[in-house]
Design a protein around this ligand. Structure first.
Ligand code: SAH
Length: 246
C-alpha cells in the first residue's frame, strides 16, 4: 500500500524541461507549414544547441544516423489550451476525434515530434547546430530532446492508419511569373533550393480546407525565410506572382 502510494505520487509529479536547442527554420509563420515532416524535402533548417554542456560530446557519433527525431514544444499555440475532441481536417473538419487519435497541435502537453533528415553539423557562433531538412517546424521552436531514428523499430511497414492512409495528394500545377523568375534569380545564391522549396510548399496546397473548394481566383502571401511570396490559385493552377524581401 505504502509503496503504491509513493509510486502514484512519483507518477503524478509535474516535470519541467529546459530546451536543449532552438530551431532556425525558413517557416516564419504557421501558414504554409506542411502538415508533417518529410513532405517538403527542400525545407532546410538548423537546430542550434543551447545546452551548457560540451556540444562536441553530446553530438559524438550522431553522423552514424541519417535521420533524427526532434521532440519539441508547440510554443506558438501552447497558450490556446486544448480540448478532448478535435476537428480532424482529414475528416472534412466536421467530425470530431479524440485528441490522442490525432497529431493536433492543441494537446494536454503541447509536445510535438518530427523525423527529419540529418545533413551534417555546422557552427553558429559559439554553438554547434544540426543541419536538417524536411522539417515541419516554425522558426524559434524550442527542442526538448533529439534522438536518432532507428529504422529497425521506428519503421513499421505493416502499420496502418485509416484516418491518414497516405500524404494528401492534390495535383497542383505551379508556374512562376516572369517577374518572380527574375526575382528568384537574384536570390538564388542566398537560399538553397529556393524555387524547389517554393514549389514543394505550394504543392501541399496551404489554403485553409474550406477555401479549397472555392473556384474563384484568390491571392495569398506567405513568408519563407525573409521573403514575402505572393501567389494566386484558381482550381489547380497556381501562379507565383512575386518573391520579395520583407
Ligand atoms: N510532426 C509533428 C507536428 C505535426 S502538426 C507531430 O506530429 O507532432 C504540424 C503543424 O505544426 C504545422 O502545420 C505547423 O503549423 C505546426 N507547428 C510547427 N511548429 C510549431 C510551433 N513551434 N508551435 C505551434 N505550432 C507549430
Amino acid at each position: 500500500m505504502a509503496s503504491n502510494e509513493s509510486n502514484s505520487a512519483t507518477t503524478l509529479a509535474e516535470f519541467s524541461f529546459a530546451p536543449v536547442a532552438i530551431v532556425h527554420s525558413p517557416y516564419k509563420q504557421k501558414f504554409a507549414i506542411p502538415r508533417q515532416p518529410g513532405l517538403v524535402t527542400a525545407a532546410h533548417g538548423k537546430i542550434e544547441l543551447l545546452m551548457d554542456a560540451p556540444h562536441q560530446q553530446v553530438l559524438r557519433d550522431i553522423e552514424q544516423h541519417s535521420h533524427l527525431w526532434l521532440i519539441f514544444v508547440f510554443h506558438a499555440t501552447a497558450e490556446h489550451g486544448w480540448k478532448p475532441l478535435v476537428k480532424a481536417p482529414r475528416l472534412g473538419g466536421n467530425k470530431k476525434t479524440g485528441v490522442f487519435a490525432t497529431r493536433s497541435t492543441f494537446r494536454p502537453n503541447p509536445i510535438g515530434m518530427s523525423v527529419v533528415k540529418f545533413d551534417g553539423i555546422s557552427k553558429m557562433g559559439q554553438n554547434l547546430a544540426l543541419d536538417v531538412s524536411g522539417l515541419d517546424l516554425l522558426d524559434g521552436t524550442p527542442i526538448i530532446d533529439i534522438k536518432p531514428y532507428i529504422p529497425y523499430s521506428d519503421s513499421i511497414t505493416s502499420a496502418t492508419s485509416i484516418m491518414a492512409p497516405s500524404a494528401e495528394s492534390t495535383v497542383i500545377d505551379i508556374e512562376f511569373s516572369d517577374g518572380a523568375k527574375q526575382q528568384l534569380q537574384h536570390c538564388s545564391t542566398q537560399y538553397r533550393d529556393l524555387p524547389l522549396f517554393i514549389e514543394q510548399v505550394l504543392s501541399q496546397d496551404p489554403r485553409p480546407a474550406y477555401k479549397k473548394t472555392n473556384l474563384q481566383c484568390q491571392e495569398y502571401g506567405m513568408s519563407l525565410y525573409d521573403l514575402n511570396i505572393r501567389w494566386q490559385i484558381q482550381e489547380n493552377q497556381c501562379l507565383v506572382l512575386s518573391v520579395e524581401k520583407h
